[in-house]
Write a protein that binds this ligand. Sequence first.
Ligand code: C5P
Length: 309
Amino acid sequence: MYTVYKKHEEYGDNMEYIKLKSRAKINLTLDVIAKREDGYHDLEMIMQTVGLYDSIFIKKTDKDEIVIKTNLHYLPTDERNITYKAAKLIKDEFGISKGVYIELTKRIPVAAGLAGGSGNGAAVIKGMNRLFDLDLSMKKMMELGEHLGSDVPYCLMEGTALAKGRGEILTQLNPCPHFYVLLAKPDISVSTASVYKNLDLKTVKEHPKTNAVLDAIANGNKTGIYTGLCNVLETVTIHQRPIVKEIKNYIAEQGSCGVLMSGSGPTVFALFEKRETAKEAAKKVKEKFNIKDVYVTEIYNPSGEKGRN
Ligand code: C5P
């Protein structure tokens, strides 16, 4: 449960504020079922939250405005920022005349396939729900979140989940067993829209065996989980950006259980049983490919970790 603090002299006033963690996700499976009339694709994905997080601080203000501050100078802080969009959505929907001041500390790489932005939008919905005592159900927050992006409802839910439709039809699953997770993002950007646009479903040879992975998760069968890792978007991103494949192959040789691209990429994630092996692999991949965005984190499941927020 997030705590709303009543006063904080550090910020020079006594307005209420809240601090939240907005965590990254990986896709254990990602299947594209069909292209839809509305330009989106029907998907089937097994999603998993990991520990790497952005920090979000939201404070009420007396002025009717939304002010965003972030540690990344190249991120827009106006209506193009998803935290701004989320705050505006909640203000408009509930006729809130007070403003918010949001401080976003990014650690999750941007445009990386880790739903960093979607998580930020989800955190602002959650935070404003508490800060303004809106008493919204998870279902209502997810409906609102859908307007911000396909992954936002999942980011509100967190944990292990099956996502269908655009990504918004969600079933919470048994928590995925523990792994250490290495994340490695090459220094390139990938546009999700262009990856979907360039996907030719007829040429996709390998689809995930989603049901087999669901069974493995239900039974806590780790081998079944890591042998089932599969993402159909790899075909497109790897074709455009062969370095993704090179990183995958290299990490696979470093003692990981399984390696896959997350979302539309370009981040590659790898599952490890031992933290030391994951750390060693992280060091090597960083040096070999001269990339800075390399992290060792863990599978994160909120159900087993109540009160950590
Ligand atoms: O929903 P979101 O804004 O995150 O999606 C970004 C882009 O990814 C969409 O504009 C669309 O091109 C593509 N997409 C898709 N099918 C989905 C989700 C996203 O084609 N289910």
